[in-house]
Design a protein around this ligand. Structure first.
Ligand SMILES: [Zn+2]
Length: 290
């Protein structure tokens, strides 16, 4: 795979996740290095073609698919301070995406090694020519990297492509309101003519970007509506996960149902805290519309 030039000293190595490469003061900085057995070699080769060397690595968040080649690249990694323990501990990564230690094969991408984080940053800081932006909701410290001169925002997993959402049903998030706020933030950048790059999907701008961001928002609203509709009768999280998967027409597997339980719990918290549902015990912990 060859690099795509995004602007002056800015490149994208397409993949899932795509890796953004920023050249700053004669060195390369990699955003979301990614995963895969050969990827570290591919990235090194492509960076070498630019006549520079890799200096530091940055990650939008600590999910395993974004950081698992970090040990192989042997360069210091920078993450937001909320993601520090997620990056470092394989158990914390499973906790965030499953809820506890996960059964083998139950996560989209499992990486059971520790990854060293060299330094943490705060949102709003400038790092190597990039501004760090708060885009959380998908994970606690999810960060966007903004290249203002080139009009480019690497948005990580703060929004998803339409095909991915159709495949999974409910977008993966751990806080509904934060996820929505991040989408609003992204829309502001699109209105200022920024190109936005998701980790998994196509880079978009203008009308097309607004459409895909609205698709993300609409899917969240639909999920809330469906949950409220289903909860006319008391249901457990498991039952809700099954009904939503069915209703959204996704391919139902044990893994898909387990993964969706995480965002569904976040929706339950949102609805409970706003007084729309209550908890009942009827042979299980169940939730019911008030
Ligand atoms: Zn992620």
């Amino acid at each position: 795979m060859a690099l795509r030039k995004l602007g002056e000293d800015l490149y994208l190595y397409p993949g899932s996740p795509s890796t953004m490469i920023k050249i700053f003061e004669g060195k390369a900085f990699l955003i979301d290095p990614g995963n895969g057995s050969k990827r570290h070699k591919d990235l090194r080769r492509e960076v070498r073609k630019l006549g520079v060397e890799i200096k530091f690595l940055l990650a939008t968040h600590g999910h395993a698919d974004h950081i698992s080649i970090v040990p192989r690249l042997e360069k210091p990694l920078f993450v937001h301070r909320f993601e520090f323990s997620v990056v470092e501990s394989p158990l914390n990564r499973e906790l965030l995406t499953f809820g506890s230690k996960a059964p083998k094969g139950f996560l989209v991408y499992q990486f059971e090694r520790e990854v060293k984080a060299h330094a943490v940053f705060e949102w709003g800081e400038e790092l190597f020519g990039l501004k760090t932006l708060k885009l959380n909701g998908h994970s606690p410290g999810m960060t966007g990297f903004l290249d203002e001169d080139n009009g480019v925002l690497y948005a990580g997993d703060s929004f998803f492509g339409e095909r991915l959402i159709r495949n999974i049903g409910v977008p993966y998030l751990v806080d509904v309101q934060l996820f929505k706020n991040s989408i609003t933030q992204l829309k502001n950048y699109v209105n200022d003519e920024f190109l936005i790059i998701p980790s998994h999907g196509r880079s978009v701008k203008g009308e097309e970007a607004l459409e895909i961001l609205d698709f993300n928002l609409k899917r969240i609203e639909e999920t809330e509506e469906k949950i409220l509709k289903f909860l006319k009768e008391p249901l457990s999280i498991s039952e809700l996960s099954y009904r939503l998967a069915n209703d959204f027409g996704v391919n139902i597997t044990p893994q898909a149902l387990a993964l969706n339980q995480v965002p569904i719990r976040a929706f339950i918290a949102e609805l409970y805290n706003s007084g729309k549902i209550e908890a009942v015990v009827e042979g299980d912990l169940k939730w019911r519309r008030i």
